[in-house]
Design a protein around this ligand. Structure first.
Ligand SMILES: Nc1nc2c(ncn2[C@@H]2O[C@H](COP(=O)(O)OP(=O)(O)O)[C@@H](O)[C@H]2O)c(=O)[nH]1
Ligand SMILES: [Mg+2]
Length: 311
């Protein structure tokens, strides 16, 4: 009989360093949404990869930031909770930092995360992401020296979630923490998120990518209908009806766009991803509604599945 092995790791780091991209790459499938806007990931998302006897569970977290509202507070709680009961932590940093490379200039969010790693005595791997952007690869050495002076990392892995370079090395480093333990998830499962949440997240990603910076933080997507029917040819088709909530009338106009073109584009891009994810055709209908101040409204946060405890 095969003896099952499991490993739980949490992926932490500042916003935009590529945490979700790295998890998606390790899974070989996209489950966490990715955009160049900070705070794209709002809740803790688990990615599951089962390879033979080994099951990897990756916990993707929101980037550490100073909360400005109830939603932000929940996001920071998700980072903290993500660091409880794991076998190891992967701290992701950007290979092309926007600060000068010396110890005095390390972003406070990273220092804070390193402090938590020390406090909890968690084994930690440093992942230096986006090495594809470096012209001078010797920069990597400087970063390794710098971060190693702050903490004794078990391993340092330079990588690129974009090219996939170094991803297998990260996986084998993570594998070294696995324990004899029964698999927590069914072997064919890839995430702890429900299908409805996946669809809402896909739509939110398309919104984030098409909108200007000010609007994305104030949007949420609610899936009102999600059901399968058959086409006239007897093929299965997934029907999705979603409502996008935004905080201002002016935002509503921007999302819908001239002649409805903006919303149409978002819908068709989301449909492509939904079809790819579920492997069947999809019909996607989206409406936009204004809900002022929802980010401080407990009920709305709950309705959007952005609670601290989602069970
Ligand atoms: N060039 C490059 N861009 C990357 C890489 N990894 C992530 N990105 C980009 O960085 C941005 C933030 O990525 P995301 O995974 O959402 O970061 P997160 O906020 O840490 O989860 C996105 O625009 C990604 O496409 C990489 O290895 N190379
Ligand atoms: Mg993310």
């Amino acid at each position: 009989m095969m003896s099952e092995k499991s490993v739980f790791v949490t992926i932490v780091g500042r916003s935009n360093v590529g945490k979700s991209s790295i998890m998606n790459k390790m899974l070989g499938q996209k489950i966490a949404i990715v955009s160049n806007k900070p705070q794209t990931t709002r809740t803790r998302i688990m990615g599951v990869l089962t390879k033979g006897e080994s099951q990897f569970v990756f916990i993707d977290t929101p980037g550490l930031h100073k909360p400005k509202n109830l939603l932000g507070e929940n996001m920071m709680k998700a980072v903290k909770d993500g660091m409880a009961d794991v076998d190891a932590v992967v701290l992701v940093v950007d290979a092309k930092p926007h600060f000068t490379v010396d110890a005095d200039n390390i972003p406070s969010a990273e220092l804070e995360l390193i402090d938590r790693i020390k406090e909890r005595k968690l084994p930690a791997i440093l992942a230096i992401n986006k090495i594809d952007l470096l012209v001078n690869k010797e920069e990597i050495l400087k970063l390794i020296t710098l971060y190693s002076s702050l903490h004794n990392f078990d391993a340092v892995v330079p990588l690129s979630a974009k090219t996939g370079n170094g991803i297998d090395i990260l996986l084998s480093e993570i594998k070294s923490y696995e324990k004899d333990a029964p698999h927590f998830f069914p072997d064919d499962e890839i995430t702890d998120q429900s299908e409805k949440v996946m669809v809402a997240e896909i739509i939110r990603e398309k919104l984030l990518r098409s909108l200007a910076k000010e609007i994305p933080h104030g949007i949420a997507v609610d899936i009102e209908k999600f059901y399968e029917t058959d086409t006239s040819k007897g093929e299965p088709i997934l029907n999705v009806e979603a409502v996008v909530f935004c905080e201002k009338d002016s935002h509503k106009g921007i999302i819908i766009g001239k002649g409805g073109q903006g919303l149409k584009n978002i819908g068709s891009k989301a449909r492509e991803d939904i079809e790819r994810f579920f492997g069947i055709r999809a019909n996607v209908k989206i409406w936009v509604k204004v809900k002022e101040g929802w980010r401080n409204n407990r009920g709305m946060i709950h309705a959007f599945g952005l609670d601290i405890d989602k069970n």
